[in-house]
Design a protein around this ligand. Structure first.
Ligand SMILES: O=C(O)CCC(=O)C(=O)O
Length: 309
């Protein structure tokens, strides 16, 4: 049973979300939810699986786990029963399903940046009602927290993912580049079950390159927030987002990013897809154009306008 939140997303906040592509909701998760989140993230961090990968730099790294809730009952409970589905339902004003989740874990010390990117093209889904809930059980200063390019969810552009194999390179050339990156200390370490889609996905060069926002921050309208445990950042699936690096924290910055989907989200087979489909879905022979509702409990319905039983 989802926790109710009626009224926590008032008209003004909902309008800000639709205009800017993201909002910070302060103090909407009670301590018990924050504790459950911390425990779930720690257990996944301590026991990596085949879907655990990392962006590595000489001083730090960003561990990214795909589908951590598939192996953590605590994270599953958090996703399904915390106030998050209800908060998102208040924004999209329609049924809310769980699509997938990821863990982004930056160990204590110097924070590695998360590069600017747009989530949509990494997944086999499209549509307007794709909302990410980004939460952390830690205090995250503005310099290490999530930031977005205001309004970029409305640009109507699907950018090329940052990973994937350039089809203009031979397999040998591509492998050689990966080896050079590893030697330089800046590289991607992929999990055993994930290396196929992450390293071998063929880059879709028909999509425009993601702009180098970091190189000219002043030219973009960038929005970011100081984050406290209990807060939630909600952002649109199409919005350009990142997190800055360089700042040193004496504790890890643990975050969980959960993708919730509204009624207009459909399956689409992307040629350059990076993130694999949820395991249960890949066994269902999904076809482009199918609504997520057609896949039943693979994408469980968590909230609706009329209360669920
Ligand atoms: O936590 C981060 O640094 C990045 C999060 C992110 O890119 C996402 O939620 O899509």
């Amino acid at each position: 049973m989802v926790s109710a939140t009626e009224g926590k997303v008032d008209f003004e906040k909902s309008a800000s979300f639709h205009r800017d592509g993201a909002i910070l909701l302060q103090g909407v998760l009670a301590e018990e939810w924050v504790e459950l989140l911390a425990e779930g993230l720690d257990e996944c961090y301590e026991e990596p699986d085949g879907m655990s990968s990392a962006l590595v730099s000489p001083n730090s790294e960003l561990r990214i786990d795909q589908f951590p809730a598939a192996r953590s009952e605590k994270l599953r409970k958090f996703i399904c029963e915390s106030p998050l589905p209800s908060l998102i339902g208040e924004i999209i004003n329609g049924p809310v399903r769980f699509y997938m989740d990821q863990m982004f874990y930056k160990p204590a010390g110097e924070m590695i940046p998360t590069p600017w990117h747009q989530d949509t093209s990494y997944y086999n889904v499209e549509g307007h009602d794709l909302i990410r809930a980004w939460v952390s059980p830690d205090t995250v200063p503005r310099e290490a927290s999530l930031e977005i390019v205001k309004g970029s969810h409305l640009w109507n552009v699907t950018y090329r993912p940052l990973a994937g194999r350039d089809p203009d390179l031979s397999e040998e050339e591509y492998e050689a580049r990966l080896a050079v990156a590893e030697e330089s200390g800046f590289y991607e370490r992929t999990g055993d079950d994930f290396s196929f889609s992450y390293n071998s996905a063929i880059m879709d060069k028909s999509l425009p390159e993601t702009p180098n926002i970091e190189a000219s921050r002043g030219s973009f309208d960038i929005l970011g927030w100081h984050f406290e445990p209990g807060d939630v950042i909600l952002f649109h699936g199409n919005v350009l987002h990142a997190a800055q690096g360089g700042i040193v924290l004496p504790y890890p910055r643990r975050s969980h990013a959960i993708m919730y989907a509204g009624p207009n989200i459909r399956y689409i087979k992307r040629p350059g897809q990076i993130i694999p489909d949820p395991i249960a879905l890949s066994e269902m022979n999904p076809q482009t154009g199918q609504s997520l509702a057609e896949f039943g409990d693979t994408f469980p319905l968590l909230w609706d306008i009329s209360p669920l039983d």
